[in-house]
Write a protein that binds this ligand. Structure first.
Ligand SMILES: [Fe+2]
Ligand SMILES: [Fe+2]
Length: 504
């Protein structure tokens, strides 16, 4: 890559749909208000008994107002914490949806902490078993930190752990031991939930938190309160760890459903060839299906090379052109041996048909409940690039080429993540190399470099975190796979071709 950052144009001006943002903000407000009300009401009932009796009904109102004020203070603390973290930590990119999710989880944990400390302490049997304060070691922060790591990122899981530890400690009126236990068990949950691609790995990750939770609970109990109940603390810490996996497994699908996240577990399921949408693409648009498989392989290799999420890349690539399933005959990869329908259409009409596959694809995956990650990559996989073939066809009718270029651009937005940029480049390189007849390795490499340079100079990569180093490594990786795919087998002799020749 020999271009400078300032040379890249800014064609990524497609704004986010305002309606959707407004909807998210409204949803955020409604859910925050709802959560605040639930916490306030729970507080009201929990604190009923110790209300100053002399205040009578006013005392109840006072406690209710106190709970509301406390909840609002918690909300302000969470907001400031996550907003500051988003600004100051470069890798932390919390969206409004992430904020809403973290806010909800923190409040749920807060209520759970209050519930654990209040109900277990007065439940017959439990209250006598051990000191009620040790039940704080049952607060399932490690499970929720695992969920945040799987659905968002490690950095976000750590920020969540710190915020939720402080809040939950306040809920149980705890001190240093409770705070330290929650910080350590939550950090352990965030650390072990790495590369979770199936449900078994969630359970396994949960069990890995058992030693941390058990030893931390026992050590803190011994250090802060003497050795009397160290064993009970160890056992309760271990139970927390054992439950971390099942609790995370129970929370994750709900979070995916309510907040539109797509975990790698779900992505693995979506990547199965048996999925109805992929089966449909295979039957109705076999050319597009084959193209998507190769783009999937290229994207996965590219993602591994630069440390992006390979599972997201592969699945998004498999579905990136799913919108073509409705009108497969209008796309060149499905036109083998048939006439080109665009010969009979005006360039403007062809443009409309081609552009529609992006919008249609987004609609199809949203209706199938894929979550936002795949839908966003489909929406961004052409960025605001130009449909050169129809722009050139419209040349005789064009007076101002610059103005016409804008008409023949995809509506965007441009890739906003490394994964979306990888799929964009893999898609363009596959289509280009496929159109070449028996290309040499050097020609494939030049084609890949040319596509990356053009995307960069056209400003298509301005909104993602790709560095020039990433682009260089990505180009090499995609080029290597494409060369292997484009490699032509030696001609088989007509009489001797058979199974033994397959490895030729
Ligand atoms: Fe496409
Ligand atoms: Fe494509």
């Amino acid at each position: 890559m020999s271009v400078s950052k300032t040379e890249a144009k800014d064609n990524c001006s497609a704004p986010e749909p305002g309606g959707r943002r407004d909807f998210q903000s409204a949803r955020l407000l409604i859910m925050a208000a709802g959560a605040s009300a639930i916490v306030a009401i729970l507080f009201y009932f929990w604190e009923m008994e110790p209300a100053p009796r002399s205040m009578r009904r006013w005392g109840e109102l006072f406690l209710f107002m106190g709970a509301v004020v406390f909840t609002m203070a918690a909300a302000i603390f969470l907001r400031d914490w996550f907003v500051a973290a988003r600004k100051e930590i470069r890798k932390l990119r919390a969206t409004a949806r992430d904020f809403l999710f973290l806010f909800s989880l923190s409040l749920i944990l807060f209520v759970a902490a209050k519930g654990v400390s209040t109900f277990l302490a007065v439940t017959p049997g439990f209250g006598r078993l051990t000191d009620p304060r040790i039940y704080a070691c049952l607060i399932p922060l490690s499970a929720l930190a695992m969920v945040v790591r799987v659905l968002i990122s490690f950095e976000t899981a750590i920020m969540f752990t710190v915020a939720a530890s402080v809040l939950s400690t306040a809920a149980v009126s705890g001190r240093w031991p409770e705070l330290l236990f929650l910080l350590l068990s939550g950090t352990a949950g965030a650390c072990v939930a790495r590369r979770i691609t199936d449900r078994y790995k969630v359970l396994r990750a949960g069990t890995l938190t058992v030693p941390v939770s058990a030893i931390t609970a026992g050590a803190l109990e011994y250090a802060f309160s003497g050795g009397g109940q160290t064993l009970q603390a160890c056992v309760i810490g271990a139970v927390n760890g054992i439950l971390a996996g099942p609790v995370a497994l129970a929370v994750m699908p709900v979070a995916e459903l309510v907040f539109g996240y797509t975990s790698d577990i779900r992505l693995t399921e979506l990547g199965s060839a048996n999925h109805p949408l992929l089966s449909r693409l295979m039957k109705e648009a076999p050319g597009t299906f084959h193209h998507s498989l190769i783009v999937g392989a290229l994207s996965e290799a590219g993602a591994h090379a630069i440390g992006a999420n390979a599972a997201v890349c592969r699945v998004a690539a498999l579905y990136h052109d799913i919108g073509k399933a409705g009108k497969p005959q209008y796309y060149s990869e499905n036109q083998a041996g048939t006439e080109n329908l665009h010969d009979a259409l005006s360039p403007g009409l062809s443009r409309t048909v081609i552009l529609s596959h992006v919008k249609e694809g987004v609609k199809m995956v949203r209706e199938a409940g894929f979550g936002d990650r795949v839908a966003e990559i489909i929406e961004q996989h052409h960025g605001t690039s130009i449909l050169y073939c129809f722009l050139d066809k419209a040349k005789p009718m064009i007076q101002d080429r610059k103005a016409s270029e804008e008409m023949f651009r995809y509506p965007g937005p441009c890739p906003k993540t490394k994964e979306a940029a990888i799929v964009m480049i893999a898609d363009a390189t596959e289509a280009t190399v496929r159109s070449m007849r028996s290309p040499s390795s050097q020609e494939v490499k030049e084609a890949v470099t040319g596509i990356i340079n053009r995307a960069y100079l056209d400003g298509q990569l301005n909104e993602c975190e790709m560095t020039l180093r990433d682009l260089s490594i990505l180009g090499e990786s995609i080029g290597r796979v494409l060369i292997a795919i484009a490699h032509r087998r030696v001609d088989y002799p007509a009489s001797g071709s058979g199974l033994a020749d397959e490895e030729t």
